[in-house]
Design a protein around this ligand. Structure first.
Ligand SMILES: Nc1ncnc2c1ncn2[C@@H]1O[C@H](COP(=O)(O)OP(=O)(O)OP(=O)(O)O)[C@@H](O)[C@H]1O
Ligand SMILES: [Mg+2]
Length: 577
């Protein structure tokens, strides 16, 4: 457990040593209060209590309290500061680690799981590092010191304290097992619940349009109900052992009284010793009761830590060349086979060469693998077999971050960040000035609509771009790509949701953008790709036809019939109009 914590926080663990040490010193301060109590009871016992004694004891208590306030404040603040620094770093490390993983990891794990790992698990960590860990160490130190002290005074009576510890330990262990057993179940259900809530919120428009809000609301309720049930179940199962633990721990003082009185009457110990033991047993009971609360938190952390460790152990995409310079951006696929995580192969033996500065159009029916080819060029996934090279370099050798610097992409779903429009465009090139941004937005035909908004470029876009139309989002994504000006361009149906007027303008902008770049364009309207250097017609993950428009038309194969079909459809539409 401590090993896992150490592994996760690495060298940062040293930051926690000093505040924990201060907490231990603070616990020594609290012992002086018990000692004053002991002296007062003795004075009462012997009838020697004077105002001078009371004054002295009060003074010691006062000094001890001031001393503790100073130490406690310092250690408390340090604990908080360092715990938040350590967990803040852990959050950054984890987010950075996620960034380096293949998209397959996100395919396999639900949104709920990923959100819960980045938020709940790290919050558990934060809670334990800021509160529980130091308190537990302080409690163990104080209990240990008191017990060692009592053994020196009278080992036989000290054994009575150990009996209580021996009986209470299995209950702690039992509680711990319950947390482990049901904690995993609760975690899985909570992850499911987060996914369902996200799905409900994101899909509310679709559900409303299909009048399915009540169906999906009942799914949400079901999910919430499951979490409620498991939470109540954990508490109900924990309650008997927690109650029994409290009874046993509170039984320490009566046990010491019983056993101590027997020893006193037999002449084994003095009455002073018995009083000291009674006071110490009250102190130990109080410590053990709060120990249980923090111990359960620690066990909850175990699950969080295991989860975090598992996420951190996922290997990022491997590469050998950290920084590289490519002089040529030709892309070559050689016998590429690929399947997503479900194991079903979606690309079969794909081989083609896209020379530097050429335009390759990918066409084919829905689900034929066009977007998958684009995803593989950006190395969002690794191929199962075969090779992809860029400028003659094996893609798997290249640092994925540097590789992505060479690629601009406009995908089918253009997700915008909940930032200003300017912020969203600057993603393409954070160092660009306003002039460059405006040049890019003008080229992408979105300057006018952005300027007409009340806050212009400073308009904040709703999460995912919900406050903009599909066409507006797409034009912003194109402006972003223009601003990035990378040598490889991936355009996935980038003109699909534009009206005819804007589409013509965008095509002019894209022609400009595509100059001297290696371009992959995925388009459903075949008239937009007739000038491409080569056309790849994909069908069920195979390359069915490959060549220029003229060549494929001359072949009179599938491409030829697709073009004819689209032309016929256009004529019908024109006639009907
Ligand atoms: N993330 C994913 N996980 C699992 N399977 C996927 C994933 N993305 C796509 N697929 C599957 O891979 C196959 C190819 O999908 P792809 O998105 O490449 O098709 P496409 O040709 O781009 O289709 P469209 O024209 O509809 O965009 C499909 O069968 C699809 O179901
Ligand atoms: Mg697609």
């Amino acid at each position: 457990m401590l090993h896992t914590i150490q592994k996760l926080i690495g060298e940062n663990k040293k930051k926690l040593y000093f505040p924990i040490f201060l907490m231990c010193i603070d616990s020594l301060g609290s012992m002086s209060l018990y000692f004053m109590l002991y002296l007062t009871v003795l004075d009462l016992f012997y009838g020697t209590l004077t105002m001078q004694n009371v004054f002295n004891y009060t003074l010691v208590c006062l000094v001890s309290v001031i001393y503790r306030i100073i130490i406690y404040r310092k250690s408390y603040l340090l604990c908080f500061k360092n715990a938040f620094t350590v967990t803040g770093q852990l959050r950054i490390d984890l987010a950075d680690h996620f960034r380096k993983l293949s998209l397959g990891y996100f395919n396999q794990n639900s949104t709920g799981y990923l959100i819960s790992t980045l938020t709940n698990d790290i919050r558990s960590f934060e809670g334990v590092l800021s509160h529980a860990l130091s308190f537990l160490i302080k409690t163990v130190t104080l209990c240990g010191l008191i017990l060692i002290g009592t053994f020196f005074i009278n080992w036989k009576l000290a054994l009575a304290e150990c009996v209580v510890l021996i009986f209470s330990a299995p209950l702690l262990h039992y509680g711990n097992r319950l947390v482990s057993r049901f904690g995993i179940k609760k975690r899985n259900l909570t992850n499911q619940m987060i996914s369902t809530v996200m799905e409900y919120m994101k899909g509310i428009k679709v559900f409303k349009s299909h009048n399915m809000t009540s169906t999906h609301f009942s799914r949400l309720l079901e999910s919430l109900e499951k979490v409620r049930k498991v939470s109540v179940n954990i508490e109900c199962r924990m309650a008997p052992s927690t109650a029994l633990y409290s009874i046993i721990v509170n039984f320490l003082m009566p046990l010491v009284l019983l056993w101590g009185s027997y020893m006193l009457l037999g002449g084994g110990i003095t009455s002073e010793t018995l009083i000291a033991f009674l006071i110490m047993s009250i102190a130990i009971s109080a410590l053990l009761i709060s120990f249980e609360h923090y111990y359960i938190l620690l066990k909850d952390l175990k699950l969080a830590a295991e989860n975090l460790e598992k996420a951190m152990e996922q290997s990022p995409l491997p590469y050998s060349d950290h920084s590289f310079i490519l002089n040529d951006y030709s892309v070559e696929f050689q016998h590429v086979h690929f399947s997503y995580d479900n194991g079903k192969e979606v690309l079969h033996d794909i081989s083609f060469t896209a020379p530097n500065g050429s335009v390759t159009a990918l066409i084919g029916p829905s689900g034929s693998g066009k977007s998958t080819v684009a995803n593989l060029i950006a190395r969002f996934w690794d191929v199962n077999s075969g090779t992809i090279t860029i400028g003659g370099r094996h893609i798997m050798e290249l640092n994925p971050d540097c590789l992505l610097e060479s690629i601009s992409a406009v995908f089918q779903e253009n997700t915008l960040l909940s930032d200003t429009i300017l912020g969203n465009i600057l993603v393409g090139n954070p160092n660009a000035g306003m002039e460059e941004v405006i040049r890019a937005t003008k080229a992408a035909c979105c300057h006018d609509f952005i300027s007409s908004l009340p806050q212009g470029y400073q308009t904040v876009v709703a999460e995912g771009g919900a406050s903009l139309s599909g066409g507006e989002k797409q034009r912003i994504a194109i402006a972003r790509a223009i601003l990035k000006n990378a040598p490889i361009l991936l355009l996935d149906e980038s003109t699909a949701s534009l009206d005819a007027d804007n589409e013509a303008k965008i095509n002019v902008a894209l022609d400009y953008l595509m100059k001297e770049k290696t371009v992959f364009v995925i388009a459903h309207r075949l008239n937009t790709i007739q000038n491409a250097d080569q056309i790849l017609l994909l069908n069920q993950g195979h390359i069915e036809e490959m060549g220029s428009h003229d060549k494929l038309m001359a072949q009179k194969g599938h491409y030829y019939s697709m073009v004819r079909e689209q032309e016929k459809a256009k004529t019908w539409i024109a006639k009907e109009a």
